[in-house]
Design a protein around this ligand. Structure first.
Ligand code: GH3
Ligand code: MG
Ligand code: MG
Ligand code: MG
Length: 297
């Protein structure tokens, strides 16, 4: 069942749409209705809708443009079509700028036009979502990529500064990875990267952020975690990794893999995200220099 959310203060609009929506192709479709700004914003940001149809003038002088902007600011990406009695072309442009997929004037549209607009909005919404996912993930391991990690680090930093919550930043790097590539070939190196990525993501909490930030470098944000706990978690991971040889793609042979890690703590170790990264990197370098397969804080 695909759901459409109609946000409109006018019951007539709800009556009209509840006749049209069930007749859309590739259904079944269900229409949900919110008749105020607050209810509409709540439902939209809770999610689960294929498309949102949004009126311009809502209750208490509030409007659909402000609602869409608020929903987008909260991270909502539901494809949204304006459906309004307003005919001002400037509004049309503002709606598109705010991320609306289309702008239909109530007195002008036909059921067929609306159905087509909804179909297009869904298709475009799916495409944008695919692009968004591609842009934040690493293709080989499926982990978050460096750009997304940097965004998350800034976000976590701000949260931490506001609520005085510590978090640990871990930067880790596979030991002698070049040797694995040179000895067994590049596909084997890729298999090792996936092996390490799977092991790390299987062991961390879902609230933590794990990313591949370089060729054979993985970074982790451990939220609400102090330095000693972060160290224990990483030491446990290193022991597990050392005890879990990676199976190689071609001959089914195995190779032992180890990891070195450096950890820095926010807010103790730095006053910018870059400085925090540098502090963790420096600790990683010490781990490498003092024998590898170890954690340095
Ligand atoms: P160290 O213990 O000091 O970290 O040594 P290392 O050999 O791991 O480090 P080095 O930086 O010398 O080598 C990293 C290698 O990672 C070199 C590069 O070719 C390889 N690499 C980077 N990205 C990929 C990838 O996507 N796949 C494969 N197979 N190899 C990669
Ligand atoms: Mg209205
Ligand atoms: Mg390395
Ligand atoms: Mg490296």
């Amino acid at each position: 069942m695909k759901r459409i959310l109609l946000i409109d203060d006018n019951p007539t609009a709800q009556e009209m749409l509840s006749r049209m929506v069930p007749r859309f192709g590739d259904g079944p479709w269900e229409l949900d209705w919110a008749d105020t700004y607050d209810k509409g914003l709540k439902k939209l940001t809770e999610g689960g809708y294929a498309v949102c149809l949004l009126d311009y003038r809502l209750d208490e002088g509030k409007d659909g443009l402000a609602l869409l902007k608020a929903a987008r600011a909260a991270g909502n990406t539901t494809p949204t079509i304006f459906l309004t009695a307003e005919t001002d072309p400037a509004l049309d442009e503002q709606a598109l700028q705010a991320g609306a997929m289309d702008f239909l004037v109530k007195a002008e549209f036909t059921p067929r036009m609306l159905a087509r607009s909804v179909r297009y909005a869904r298709k475009m919404g799916d495409t944008l979502e695919q692009l968004r996912l591609l842009s934040i993930h690493d293709g080989l391991t499926g982990l978050k990529n460096r750009r997304e990690f940097e965004r998350l680090l800034t976000e976590e930093w701000q949260r931490c500064a506001r609520f005085e919550r510590p978090f640990a930043l871990v930067v880790s790097d596979i030991d002698f990875f070049k040797r694995i590539n040179d000895t067994y070939g590049h596909p084997a190196g890729d298999a090792v990267l996936k092996h390490v990525a799977n092991l790390l993501s299987g062991q961390l909490r879902t609230v933590d952020h794990l990313a591949r930030v370089g060729g054979e470098e993985f970074a982790i944000i451990m939220v609400e975690t102090n330095l000693e706990d972060a160290r224990l978690i990483m030491e446990r991971l290193l022991v597990l990794l050392a005890a879990s040889p990676c199976t190689l793609p071609d001959n089914g042979g195995t190779v032992n893999v180890t990891l070195s890690a450096g950890i820095a703590l926010m807010p103790d170790d730095a006053d910018t995200t870059q400085a925090l990264f540098d502090a963790a990197d420096k600790a990683l370098y010490t781990a490498k220099r003092t024998g590898r397969n170890r954690v340095v804080t």
